[in-house]
Ligand binder design. Structure first.
Ligand code: CA
Length: 231
């Protein structure tokens, strides 16, 4: 594949260079940026497919940069965090990243995550046997155009949030374990904390106007996982 653009936003110059090098070898056209504010400005011109975004950045931290990027970009965003407890903090924030990687990480591990992310859209599109609109009370999901409405109002979801909803709503009677959702959305090769699913479900519920901890559209099945509710 050619023409894929990536941005590496990381103020550790050496690490940014290493990550950028790996992405270039993987066929990306890479722009390395060391500052959060600059990242948001440049992303408007570059229109990247992928953004590797460090949490601790000068001028604008990764959380705020991610929020601002999400207002105009549907790039895949992988956030880098310095400690695993930062990930717990991120879970409580609706920042809209697609994946999180804790430092220190091996560039190979990061690239495996990136490749799993990039495989997703094609996999999902190939899997859409039922392109018609799915209705759950006031919620409507139309996989063909990746559209979602609640009470007739369009809801803007990140790609990951949509993919989770698409998988659940495709088989509304099935209870999905976290691992099954990861296999379907992130791919079977994905390795990491399965509670990542909970983060995205929380964001998804909030955007659907639901209670983030107990939704009526995306239901928690205690000790098992998630399934669609009728609203
Ligand atoms: Ca940093």
């Amino acid at each position: 594949m050619s023409g894929r653009r990536a941005m590496v936003v990381e103020d550790e110059i050496e690490l940014a260079k290493v990550v950028g090098g790996y992405l270039e070898r993987d066929g990306f056209e890479v722009t390395v940026i060391h500052d959060g504010l600059q990242a948001v400005h440049r992303a408007r011109d570059i229109d990247p497919d992928l953004i590797i975004l460090d949490l601790g950045l000068p001028s604008l931290d990764g959380v705020e940069a991610c929020r601002q990027l999400r207002t105009f970009s549907d790039a895949y965003i992988v956030m880098l965090t310095a400690r695993s407890d930062e990930m717990d903090t991120l879970i409580g924030l609706s920042v809209g990243a697609d994946d999180y990687v804790t430092k220190p990480f091996s560039p190979r591990e990061l690239m495996a995550r990136v490749q799993a992310l990039l495989r997703r859209p094609r996999g999902l599109q190939g899997n859409q046997e039922t392109p018609e609109t799915r209705v759950f009370g006031a919620l409507r999901v139309a996989p063909a155009g990746r559209d979602v409405w609640v009470d007739g109002e369009a809801v803007s979801l990140t790609r990951t949030e949509f993919d989770v909803l698409a998988v659940l709503s495709e088989r509304p009677r099935m209870v999905f374990s976290r691992r099954q959702l990861i296999d379907a959305v992130w791919g079977a090769a994905w390795v990491g904390d399965e509670h990542l699913v909970d983060v995205h479900v929380g964001h998804l519920r909030r955007k659907l106007g639901d209670d983030p901890s107990e939704g009526k559209y995306v239901r928690t099945v205690r000790g098992v996982g998630y399934r669609m509710g009728t609203g």
